[in-house]
Design a protein around this ligand. Structure first.
Ligand code: DGL
Length: 265
């Protein structure tokens, strides 16, 4: 079981930012990634449909004999964590709890901002978890849907991105937050612009990175860590290979992807 891969899934290629963090945190773990590129984005879809898709994504990973499941997608983690937990019976980690816990640790003035897709923000999952842990913290949320296509267009340090970031983040800036959760797989790609606009005193929290740290803790607790020190095997599956896939994928992963296989769920 310990040499079995960790299964990771996302609505598309954004979850490769989480794979990047996992590869850095756990270089000897075998990984299998599934990105639902044929049906991305999940962010604006209804929670019912996202729950249905999450179930199918999980079933695909289970068919690959994974030892645990990481939900890289903030939208799925917000509205369908219970679905994945119910069907898999394996350890499951979403990105919301780890990101929320880290933000609570970091905030000094107890004012945390959350940005994410429409569903992630509407679900209020981040503020609810934060309130359960520390009810004295105030959270301020803002959906930033245009950040997803901007990141996928490679508009990393672009004036258009800066303009849109100013529009989105103004509301959070005047609330004097000192910590901002990047509650979407794509936002770490735009962290330079986000930091510039929100100001350098605000600490940015990469929820995927926090999840990778939690995965290591969980593997140790459950005795599931791969004892091998051989180069890990990382496999990539997607439901479609759209235009510019490799270019964007490698931007998110920060390295070459190698072979990517297509599957139809
Ligand atoms: N992966 C999604 C998330 O983290 C962003 C892209 C989408 O809307 O599907 O919320």
């Amino acid at each position: 079981m310990n040499t079995n891969p960790i299964g990771i899934f996302d609505s598309g290629i954004g979850g490769l930012t989480v794979v990047k963090s996992l590869m850095e945190q756990l270089p000897y773990e075998n990984l299998i990634y599934f990105g639902d590129t044929a049906r991305v984005p999940y962010g604006p879809k209804s929670p019912q449909v996202i729950r249905e898709y999450a179930l199918q994504d999980t079933e695909f990973l289970l068919s690959k004999n994974v030892k645990m499941i990481v939900i890289a997608c903030n939208t799925v983690s917000s509205v369908a964590l219970d679905v994945v937990q119910k069907v898999s019976k394996l350890p499951v980690i979403g990105v919301i709890q780890p990101g929320a816990e880290k933000a609570i640790e970091e905030t000094k003035n107890k004012r945390i901002g959350v940005i994410g897709t429409i569903n992630t923000i509407l679900s209020k999952t981040y503020p609810n978890i934060i309130r359960q842990i520390d009810s004295s913290i105030e959270t301020f949320s803002k959906a930033c849907p245009l950040f997803v296509p901007l990141a996928e267009e490679g508009f990393i340090n672009h004036t258009a991105t800066e303009l849109i970031a100013k529009e989105y983040l103004f509301e959070l800036k005047i609330k004097k937050i000192d910590t901002l959760i990047l509650g979407c797989t794509h936002y770490p790609i735009l962290s330079n612009v986000i930091q510039k606009v929100i100001g350098d005193k605000v600490k940015l929290i990469d929820s995927g990175k926090c999840a990778a740290e939690k995965v290591e803790i969980l593997l140790n607790e459950k005795g599931l860590k791969n004892p091998s020190k051989l180069k890990a095997n990382v496999e990539f599956y997607v439901s479609d290979i759209p235009h510019k896939f490799t270019e964007i994928g490698e931007l998110f992963l920060g390295k070459k992807m190698g072979r990517v296989k297509t599957v139809h769920l």
